[in-house]
Write a protein that binds this ligand. Structure first.
Ligand SMILES: C[S@@+](CC[C@H](N)C(=O)[O-])C[C@H]1O[C@@H](n2cnc3c(N)ncnc32)[C@H](O)[C@@H]1O
Length: 402
């Protein structure tokens, strides 16, 4: 499948306006510098117009905004009245060189002996803890989603790391997935030592020499031998029973002045106006939330990350919001590209998101799920400027340990 390029440097800068953002600083704390800069080791062996954007909270990739006062919908996304974009090829995976840490690898083959269910594979270490698969389909999706995040946020990180007092020496990426963020970050900061951890050993063997991966459960007590200058976690919304507990562990393992940064999509994904009401997509989102809840996980926590960070003790906490269209329906070149990638991402996630959650959480049969997903897929495929206007709310939240 061909996708449009998501590398910010390849996008037409004239067509992509600067983020029109209003960083939200937690009122109880001082304002931060919201500067906009732009080998697996096993620790544990084992022109329709949309409503007006909310001025303070919404940060959007807009070429222009129009308003429909009084509506409950407020996304900052404007339905495009023009033609859709053209897709182009993209593939930027980089893998080169063996990690200096590769000799420390002590992976037991049992953790590669993945659990198979309904044609997908899942992690073996702490089996059953995380509900999304770890197979090639999911790995491809995670890498696709990485590019989507890069385009949406404009950078691998938004915390003010440049000129960080004391320097950037030790970095941790929790729940690193395929490790693609950690690899690019390690390339960008060759003098920093980067560790990526995950329940699944799905990271590549060839990585920058300053990066290593570990199989680890971020919800276990942390036992690193040193503190970090920066801790990053992306797309953690589906992961933890207690996000607050994990953020508290991160607080304990940051050195004073160090930063935590969370980049996430907030469930449920929504419609930008009333056209999505009654759709299978809306029903599916509700079922996923219910299924996750039945399995002990709250997928609606991202809007609370800011409060969690404050509760954990962080200062200068900043929340920034981005809405990612699903389908190329929103006005603006950047939104059209984001929409194409948002659509590809969600289409590829349908089975992975649904199977474990809906069978185990709600007792649905695979056949029932497949029937539902036929309709959901149809909704996503018809999402366009003359049809339903779906989007994923996205957040970046960062804070500093005093
Ligand atoms: C949606 S993926 C995101 C991956 C990566 N952060 C990214 O943005 O590409 C979530 C990842 O979290 C991992 N995960 C889930 N629960 C975890 C836990 N308790 N500890 C460590 N990793 C976990 C999963 O195995 C999966 O790779």
């Amino acid at each position: 499948m061909a996708f449009p390029s998501l590398h910010p440097e390849e996008a037409d800068p004239a067509a992509v306006p600067a983020n029109q953002e209003v960083p939200e600083v937690h009122p109880a704390i001082s304002s931060s510098d919201a500067s906009d800069k732009e080998a697996t080791d096993v620790k544990h062996a084992t022109d329709t117009t949309l409503p007006e954007p909310q001025p303070v909270e919404d940060e959007q990739n807009t070429d222009g905004l129009a308003s429909a006062p009084g509506s409950i919908y407020s996304t900052g996304l404007v339905v495009d009245s023009g033609s859709d974009h053209t897709e182009t090829d993209n593939d930027n995976d980089s893998a080169y060189g063996t990690s200096v840490y590769s000799t420390t690898q002590s992976v037991r083959s049992s953790i590669y002996d993945y659990v198979e269910e309904n044609g997908r594979t899942y992690h073996r270490f702490k089996e059953g803890k995380y509900f999304l698969p770890n197979d090639e389909v999911e790995k491809d999706r995670l890498d696709l989603q990485h590019h989507l995040c890069n385009l949406s946020f404009g950078s691998l990180y938004l915390a003010p790391l440049d000129n960080l007092e004391g320097g950037l020496h030790n970095v941790l990426d929790i729940a690193t997935g395929t490790g693609i963020w950690a690899i690019e970050f390690a390339e960008q900061f060759p003098s920093a030592i980067v560790i990526g951890t995950d329940l699944s050993p799905i990271q590549p063997a060839y990585v920058p020499p300053n990066l290593r991966f570990e199989v680890d459960d971020a919800e276990d007590p942390w036992d690193y031998s040193h503190k970090f200058d920066y801790i990053h976690g992306r797309m953690l919304v589906t992961c933890f029973q207690s996000h607050l507990a994990v953020f508290k562990s991160a607080y304990d393992f940051l050195r004073p002045g160090g930063w935590i940064e969370l980049q996430d999509a907030s469930f449920p994904f929504l419609g930008a106006d009333e056209k999505w009401e009654g759709t299978a997509f809306q029903r599916w989102m509700g079922l996923l939330m219910d299924g996750a809840k039945a399995m002990g996980k709250d997928w609606n926590r991202v809007p609370r990350y800011k409060d969690y960070l404050v509760e954990a003790g962080f200062e200068d906490v900043v929340e920034r919001r981005f809405n990612c269209p699903i389908g190329s329906w929103a006005k603006g070149e950047k939104n059209r590209i984001l929409g194409a990638w948002g659509k590809a991402n969600i289409l590829q996630s349908l089975g992975g998101l649904s199977l474990a959650i809906l069978t185990k959480g709600l007792g649905m049969s695979v056949a029932e799920i497949e029937l539902l997903l036929v309709e959901v897929r149809d909704d996503i495929n018809r999402a366009g400027r003359d049809s339903i206007h779906l989007y994923a709310p996205m957040y970046v939240v960062y804070g500093r340990k005093p």
